[in-house]
Design a protein around this ligand. Structure first.
Ligand code: NAD
Length: 464
């Protein structure tokens, strides 16, 4: 797609307030593929004003009308699926097939789920002698990362629109073209002017201006824990609602009764998808001591199937490449054993790293504690179930996880004791209606389904 040189504010593409631009780079070949404007606080202010002006009208529309617009938005995302996939591949580097299935497919599914929820959600309920009204929170400032560029946008914008909120989006610097394409889609879907607004720009300028703007009632952020902490502090000081989706270091717990080959194979695939740039990835594989050597051999063989440049794309940028390589070097330094991959560059061009598997990882090593955000799996041995639980719960994060066992009930019993927001049982499938979000430092709040909608509503009780 062609890059826009303005901001999408109040239903039109307007010239940016400042002259600065951001170069968009294809991480597969390191070529610049376009430029977008770098927003200033002035652009953010204009966008918040437009969202504020549009709010009363949008909040007053019947839920069925909002549902119809979100349904139309879903239809545009479906109709433009190829273009979305090509755009995500161009700026994120994901293989085209993965972009079509996941980066373009999932947002259409999520938008569809909110078209339905907007139409069916009880925005009014009776509680004894009271009527409880669910009303939109107001103007939402949405700040999104690059790893699932369209999904992260839709997971905030669709429920906000369903609730009756209006939105200003500040997308990640690395993937602004996908965000511009989404802005086009909102126009095509017939959303009234000002209901959705886009300001591209740098996090420390445009993002910070949006998070701290007086005219924003709720900030919804997905990204690093460091920035999330800052945004939470600013929102707290202003007594403003905030939702934070942050990092993860999820455990894939393989109990002795499980189908080991399947659990290892699915576990490795879970990490290698999107080049390991998934906050909910099961980057720690926990295996019983007696099955450890077999699991390590299986994991190394599974990783070898993800050839860089073919089944596995590059990392998003040079900074992430340095960061991931740094973690791999740190793993070696701290005594972990490389059984697949390593820090070397597998291809001459592009920000590629090899699919990497570490064995002999102990729970306290840096690579077992910190979020790497690359295609790196750490295989950790446990002695018994209590030990597995201690290791699984032994990080500051709690976003996702998996448990595998011969009987579902055995896996569920273990999952109940995990400090984490989502657990897949024996390879359970993605559910766009299931709440997604973190325990502990993985975040505050939930996205998706009716729980995601509730984030954008506030309640008022009328007594009779
Ligand atoms: P980041 O937190 O810096 O960026 C996320 C978003 O926040 C971007 O839109 C960015 O422009 C914006 N931002 C940055 N600084 C800001 C500020 N001071 N005020 C307001 N907005 C600001 O994340 P990153 O640099 O893109 O990635 C760094 C690490 O974050 C990754 O290695 C990974 O560990 C983690 N991460 C997590 C997720 C997730 O889904 N939880 C997604 C992306 C990255």
């Amino acid at each position: 797609m062609k890059a826009h040189d303005g901001m999408y504010i109040g239903g039109e593409w307007r010239p940016a307030a400042g002259p600065d631009t951001i170069a968009v780079v294809n991480p597969a070949d390191e070529q610049v593929i376009g430029h977008v404007p770098a927003g200033t606080p002035e652009d953010v202010d204009a966008a918040v004003r437009a969202a504020r002006a549009a709010f009363p009208g949008w909040a007053a529309t019947a839920p069925a009308e909002r549902a119809a617009r979100i349904g139309a938005l879903r239809d545009v995302l479906v109709a433009r699926r190829d273009e979305i996939a090509e755009t995500v591949t161009a700026e994120l580097g994901a293989p085209l097939q993965f972009s079509r299935a996941v980066h373009a497919g999932v947002p259409a599914l999520v938008a569809g789920s909110y078209a339905e929820l907007a139409a069916t959600h009880p925005f009014e309920e009776k509680v004894g002698n009271s009527t409880v009204l669910s009303e939109p929170v107001g103007v939402v400032g949405a700040i999104t990362p690059w790893n699932y560029p369209l999904h992260q946008i839709v997971a905030k914008v669709a429920p906000a629109l369903a609730a009756g909120c209006t939105v200003v989006l500040k997308p990640a610097e690395d993937t602004p073209l996908t965000a511009q394409l989404f802005a086009e889609a909102t126009a095509e879907a017939g959303l009234p002017a000002g209901v959705f607004n886009l300001v591209t720009g740098v996090g420390s300028v445009a993002g910070q201006a949006l998070a701290g703007h007086d005219g924003v009632d709720l900030v919804s952020f997905t990204g690093s824990t460091a920035v999330g902490r800052q945004i939470g502090a600013v929102a707290g000081a202003a007594v403003k609602r905030v939702a934070l989706e942050l990092g993860g270091k999820s455990a894939n717990v393989i109990l002795p009764s499980a189908d080991l080959a399947k659990a290892v194979g699915v576990g490795v695939a879970n990490v290698m998808g999107n080049s390991g740039q998934t906050c909910s990835a099961w980057t720690r594989m926990l295996v019983h001591r007696d099955q450890y050597d077999e699991a390590v051999t299986l994991a190394a063989a599974a990783a070898a199937k993800y050839a860089p440049g073919e089944r596995m794309g590059p990392l998003v940028n040079a900074k992430q490449l340095d960061r991931v390589r740094g973690y791999i070097e740190k793993g070696v330094e701290e005594g972990a054993r490389l059984v697949a991959g390593g820090p070397g560059a597998p291809l001459e061009r592009g920000y590629y790293v090899s699919p990497t598997v570490f064995a002999d990882v102990t729970p306290d090593m840096t690579i077992a504690q910190e979020e790497i955000f690359g295609p790196v799996v750490s295989v950790i041995a446990y002695e018994d179930e209590e030990d597995a639980l201690r290791i699984a719960n032994g990080t500051v994060y709690g976003l996702a996880g998996a448990v595998w066992a011969g009987e579902e009930s055995e896996a569920v019993a273990f999952a109940r004791r995990m400090d984490t927001g989502q657990v897949d049982i024996n390879g359970g499938r993605f559910n766009p209606l299931a709440p997604f979000g973190g325990y502990k430092q993985s975040g505050v709040g939930r996205e998706l389904g009716s729980h995601g909608l509730a984030e954008y509503l506030q309640t008022k009780s009328l007594q009779f």
